[in-house]
Design a protein around this ligand. Structure first.
Ligand SMILES: [Ca+2]
Ligand SMILES: [Ca+2]
Length: 164
């Protein structure tokens, strides 16, 4: 459960989506969703995420500064990463502002913002847990963003050079 004490302030969150489309290939798609936030609310109001400044494992270290797992952590929220027909080319990116990504709700392993190159056999996880690391200074100033970049798109211009 989300516990909001006097010093625990929610982080406003917006999820964003960037998709590169192609007029040659079937449009690939990527999408990130957060538990409790409907598609209609992704960008506005965007949802809420707690600033993880409590101490769920009672180790006297504020949870946002814990890097070795937090037993009983209850402030992270699951996100789901979907990616469609990419023809196994291009790369999928995950980025964030004012958030960190973890492999579990108990902060087992951090997953940094990065790109996964599909042709190299790299694939993004399908679910991660997101942590609010700072308090928002303005509404919707946190961001979780997935992107897809298709290699070779747009196709290059190929003129022929002739003697003048
Ligand atoms: Ca702690
Ligand atoms: Ca916590």
């Amino acid at each position: 459960m989300l516990k909001l004490g006097l010093t625990s302030v929610v982080v406003l969150l917006t999820l964003d989506l960037t998709v590169a489309t192609s007029d040659v290939w079937a449009d690939p798609w990527v999408n990130v969703t957060m538990d409790g936030v409907s598609d209609a609310n992704e960008e506005s109001p965007g949802g809420y995420l707690a600033h993880n400044n409590d101490d769920d494992d009672s180790d006297s270290v504020t949870d946002v500064n814990d890097t070795n797992g937090v037993t009983g952590e209850d402030n992270l929220v699951r996100i789901t990463l979907d990616y469609g027909d990419t023809n196994n080319v291009g790369c999928i990116g995950l980025g964030g502002t004012n958030v960190r990504f973890w492999t579990s709700a108990s902060k087992t392993t951090e997953v940094p913002a990065q790109r996964w190159y599909l042709a190299r056999g790299q694939t993004p996880p399908h679910e991660l847990w997101v942590e609010g690391v700072t308090v928002s200074s303005a509404g919707r100033d946190a961001e979780i963003k997935m992107s897809y970049i298709r290699e070779g798109y747009p196709p290059p211009m190929r003129p022929t050079t002739m003697s003048s």
